[in-house]
Design a protein around this ligand. Structure first.
Ligand SMILES: NC(=O)c1ccc[n+]([C@@H]2O[C@H](COP(=O)([O-])OP(=O)(O)OC[C@H]3O[C@@H](n4cnc5c(N)ncnc54)[C@H](O)[C@@H]3O)[C@@H](O)[C@H]2O)c1
Length: 475
């Protein structure tokens, strides 16, 4: 069973099931002792804050000066209140520090790893510090008895914990993950400058684990500041950290492009964005943030073009906004390639409009896919619950012909492709491309599941079916 499958049984969002599960392992009489490897921005703050929760903490760093500073209760970095907290921890005899990582590991129950993960020469991740930390952890585990939890906190490419760190620990310790020690990935979301405040009021606490005992021990450490930890697999947790930061960077660049466009227009960008952020239904919300098919319809493509054009006329560069059409086209190409790779020749489309509940075909991205496939000789049919023989689509056809003249083949073919009978269409096809979600589509697909290959562009089912005849566009 792979790591992702193993976690499935206790994968949950919010209150974890683990807390209700009967404890089958010995619960430590006192709070577990924690070693922290790497005393930089993350490690130094964790040392102070975990001691603040009452844990005995041993900080470790290969840099003897940093280790000495922590041992003296002096902050090695500039961070509000950190010096005071470290001093209190040292005075309470909860904080100590060393350069001997293996020794620290052998004297504790949980090890947090927060060594640096700089960019390597090829642009990837430099694993050097992780590997040396993992070897030292292995040595420490060899010297100790009892179960131990290793908590990875570094920002790393997905699968690094399992493929890089765990094999090194197992090789150095001669122990087996799952039996002798557990591993969690616990991404760090604290902002420099307000890190201690954020530790006490975390935006979220994510624990990636494939071992219930390890996840439970770590959840108990965080319980005083966050009772609602989010439990998931190690790989999802690793990816979450990257996705968060890429999203933050995207937001910064987006807001800055809006500022650059607003300024020459003498429009106050801060007023614009203050109004923008008040929309938590569509703007700052899960809406539009689920991987799926390309954007389309009568508004988004037109207005993205309009803002790019406006910026161009103003002599303002907006590379992020300008790149949207390109990344959208990539998604259309990806969907087309999935159909080609399926090996089928008779293709059925469930949904023609850019979203369910409308007969608006203007700039519906699936028309691009169908157009390409028709030109390549595929035999296409389509069903859309909102479009039938009586639907007046002539005006839309003239719009499509005007805005996207290259779509002439699909516009001409559409009247003959449309069917009112989706089940017969599926019976007749090698591949069915699902372009709209909703109960109706789920019923149609479920009624004929396994008949034709499914190319799902909308994540029709919460859990993607794990069968060879099903493929999702981004999952
Ligand atoms: N700085 C942040 O705000 C932040 C936030 C979230 C995640 N992260 C991630 O956390 C990790 C640590 O970041 P940081 O900013 O604290 O790094 P940092 O460079 O400030 O500190 C890393 C420390 O690890 C020590 N170290 C390296 N190898 C070691 C080893 N084998 N044994 C013991 N100590 C060792 C170094 O001497 C250094 O003091 C990185 O993966 C980073 O991407 C950082």
């Amino acid at each position: 069973m792979n790591a992702l499958a193993k976690i499935e049984k206790f994968q949950s969002v919010g209150q974890t099931e683990l807390k209700q599960a009967p404890a089958v392992w010995p619960v430590p009489a006192e709070l577990p002792a924690i070693s922290i490897i790497g005393l930089g921005y993350v490690g130094a703050v964790s040392t102070a804050c975990l001691a603040g929760l009452g844990h005995r903490v041993i900080g470790c760093d290969v840099d003897a000066i940093k280790a000495q500073q922590i041992a003296d209760g002096v902050s090695p970095i500039h961070e509000k209140n950190l010096g005071e907290m470290l001093k209190e921890g040292v005075e309470a005899e909860l904080i100590s520090a060393t350069t001997d990582v293996a020794d620290a590991v052998s004297k504790t129950d949980i090890t947090f790893v927060s060594v640096g993960t700089p960019t390597s020469e090829d642009g990837g991740c430099d694993y050097r510090y992780i590997v040396s930390a993992a070897r030292a952890i292995g040595e420490g585990l060899r010297r100790k008895e009892g179960y131990h939890v290793v908590v990875m906190r570094c920002s790393i490419p997905p699968a690094t914990t399992m493929n890089v760190m765990v094999p090194e620990i197992e090789a150095a310790s001669g122990l087996k993950m799952g039996d002798d020690f557990g591993v969690c990935f616990n991404p760090e979301f604290l902002r420099e400058g307000t890190a201690i405040e954020d530790f006490d009021n975390p935006p979220k606490t994510v624990i990636g684990a494939n071992d219930e005992r390890a996840a439970d021990m770590l959840a108990q450490v965080y319980a005083p500041v966050d009772e609602n930890v989010i439990l998931t697999s190690i790989e999802v947790a690793e990816m979450v950290k990257y996705v968060d930061n890429v999203w933050h960077a995207t937001k910064v660049c987006f807001a800055n492009e809006i500022g650059r466009v607003c300024k020459p227009l003498e429009i106050d960008s801060h007023q614009v964005m203050n109004i923008f952020v008040q929309d938590t239904k569509l703007n700052l919300s899960p809406y539009y943030l689920k991987p799926g098919f390309a954007y389309g319809g009568s508004c988004l493509p037109k207005e993205v073009r309009a803002v790019a054009h406006l910026a161009d006329n103003l002599g303002v560069e907006t590379p992020l906004i300008n790149s949207l059409a390109e990344t959208n086209d990539k998604q259309i190409e990806t969907a087309t390639e999935m159909v080609r790779n399926s090996g089928g020749k008779r293709i059925g489309f469930l949904g023609l409009a850019f979203k369910p509940g409308t007969d608006d075909l203007r700039e519906s991205p699936i028309l691009e896919v169908i157009n390409t496939l028709i030109e390549e000789g595929y035999d296409c049919q389509a069903h859309d619950p909102a479009i039938n023989a009586d639907t007046r689509v002539d005006n839309q056809f003239s719009y499509v012909r005007h805005v996207c003249p290259h779509l002439e083949p699909v516009v001409n073919a559409l009247p003959n492709l449309l069917t009112d009978d989706p089940l017969s269409m599926i019976d007749d096809c090698d591949v069915v491309v699902v372009t709209q979600g909703g109960e109706k589509m789920r019923e149609i697909v479920s009624a004929r599941f396994g008949r034709a290959k499914i190319v799902d562009l909308v994540r029709l089912f919460d859990a993607a079916p794990e069968v060879a005849t099903y493929e999702g566009i981004g999952w």
